[in-house]
Design a binder for this molecule. Structure first.
Ligand code: SAM
Length: 390
């Protein structure tokens, strides 16, 4: 383990779930792990020679691109509680000849690592497993050195819809006690919720960008690979073999009948550049520099336009023209940002249609070399023929 402290009950549950999921984690249908890991790292402009800590690193989806980015002079430490995923990660690193990366088994919320030890701290689809997400984010911030960067990526709303709802419906019919009994990724899906989490963790001025996404399967049956290679595995492994088979058959029959092979995979990327040491910071504040830099403590949030969540949802006619409309940029005061999705309306918003800036105004002053890149507008999303014709 990374520390002598025993792992928490939550961590042990994650260990069982993802340890089991390791046998499907690298299947083609689960290519989204690598895609979002790489997308998170690409926002950070990691410099050669940088030091990176990847918490809840899984099979190395973000740690491996980070190791490539920092090069032989840099180092990456990945920590996860699921030993079989770490084995996959080590094998991948060895295949690539990456000697600058170490994967360590342990509870990411209790690493015992020293303050400010890393230029970048990354956590992709892991923060919501912690019983106290704010404490976990505060711990990540503690590990981030001044002028370093923290990156936390979460899923957006409606993950894997429309298959997700069908999965839970089938589970509820067969074993009601397991209906959504384990789906922590739904705890924090709105950009304002992630901004609120940063705020509660004492992380100032995060840039939070929501991106609509879709994930295509070769065949509807491939959704079962996702079930077995993701957090759904906790539910499936709690069923009897007969129940599992019943759910698999009814779910796949429904997915095939509706030709569902395109799934919603929206994500929310949160980044925050850690200000320089206090002395330099105070000097900056004296002449108002912090305000101009975007270090005024306010979150910069970028989310797709419209009230109904992110564009790109299967059946969402905002996709019909093949592109998502320009994003709306919202400024949310730290104190106003709530951590529940339904409280999104509490946000104080500065609507500037067409800016498409992604809200990444982050420190412009003396440029932190890890400063996240300014965002372009959202990528166009092509209409999915399967979903549109459903
Ligand atoms: C959804 S997976 C994401 C893994 C990886 N970041 C990726 O994007 O592929 C969540 C990971 O968090 C790990 N995890 C959850 N709680 C943890 C904890 N307290 N300490 C270490 N790892 C944890 C799980 O074992 C699992 O590998």
């Amino acid at each position: 383990m990374a520390t002598d402290e025993p792992a928490s009950e939550h961590a042990l549950r994650a260990s069982r779930t993802y340890g089991a999921a390791a046998d499907h984690y690298r299947r083609a249908a689960l290519g989204f792990w690598d895609r979002f890991g790489a997308a998170t790292v690409s926002r950070l402009r990691l410099p050669p020679g940088g030091t990176v800590l990847d918490l809840c690193c899984g099979a190395g989806a973000s740690a491996i691109p980070a190791a490539r980015a920092v090069g032989p002079a840099g180092t990456v430490l990945g920590i996860d509680v699921a030993a079989p995923l770490l084995e996959l990660a080590r094998a991948r690193a060895a295949d690539e000849g990456l000697a600058n990366i170490e994967f360590r088994h342990g509870d990411a919320t209790r690493t015992g690592l020293p303050d400010g030890g890393f230029d970048a701290v990354v956590c992709v689809f892991g923060v919501f497993f912690a019983p106290d997400m704010a404490a976990f984010a505060r711990e990540m911030w503690r590990l981030t050195r001044p002028r370093g960067v923290l990156a936390v990526t979460t899923w957006g709303p409606g993950l894997f819809e429309p298959a997700n709802s069908l999965f839970w419906r089938c589970v509820g019919e067969v074993e009601p006690a397991l209906f959504k009994a384990f789906n922590p990724w739904d705890e924090i899906t709105a950009p304002a919720a992630l901004a609120g989490l940063f705020s509660r963790a004492g992380v100032p001025a995060p840039a939070v960008v929501a991106e609509a996404g879709q994930h295509r399967l070769d065949h509807p049956d491939r959704f079962w690979d996702i079930v077995l290679g993701s957090g759904y595995r906790a539910t499936v492994d709690a069923l009897s073999p007969e129940q599992r088979d019943q759910i698999r058959q009814s779910l796949l029959a429904e997915l095939r009948a509706r030709e569902i092979a395109c799934l919603r995979t929206d994500a929310v990327f949160g980044t925050a550049a850690r200000p320089p040491e206090p002395a330099a910071d105070q000097a900056g504040n004296r002449d108002g520099q912090a305000e101009r830099d975007g270090r005024d403590g306010r979150a910069r949030i970028s989310e797709p336009q419209g009230q109904g969540g992110m564009a790109g949802e299967p059946g969402d006619d905002r996709r019909v023209d093949g592109a998502v409309k320009p994003v709306r940029r919202a400024l949310v005061r730290e104190q106003g940002a709530e951590h529940r999705d339904e409280d999104r309306a509490a946000s104080e918003q500065d609507t500037r249609p067409g800016t498409g800036g992604g809200g990444q105004q982050g420190p412009a002053g003396p440029r932190a070399f890890h400063e996240p890149p300014r965002e372009k507008s959202h990528h166009p999303i092509r209409a999915c023929p399967v979903c549109l014709h459903r």
